[in-house]
Design a protein around this ligand. Structure first.
Ligand SMILES: [Zn+2]
Ligand SMILES: [Zn+2]
Length: 55
């Protein structure tokens, strides 16, 4: 088994751990996690949508 190197699909930089965005489905790093939500959305999706649905 070879370990695949993880690359953030948002900022295109190597990352140690990735999270899958619930909106666009891309894998993003901790730096690309939206600071305005605790849910799994990348900062780009939050920027596009404005505010993700309030609960
Ligand atoms: Zn990133
Ligand atoms: Zn996204």
């Amino acid at each position: 088994m070879t370990q695949k190197k993880e690359t953030c699909e948002v900022c295109k930089k190597p990352a140690t751990s990735l999270t899958k965005c619930k909106s666009c489905g891309r894998n993003y790093c901790a730096k690309c996690q939206s600071p305005s939500t605790s849910q799994h959305f990348c900062k780009e999706c939050v920027a596009m949508e404005g505010v993700i649905s309030k609960q």
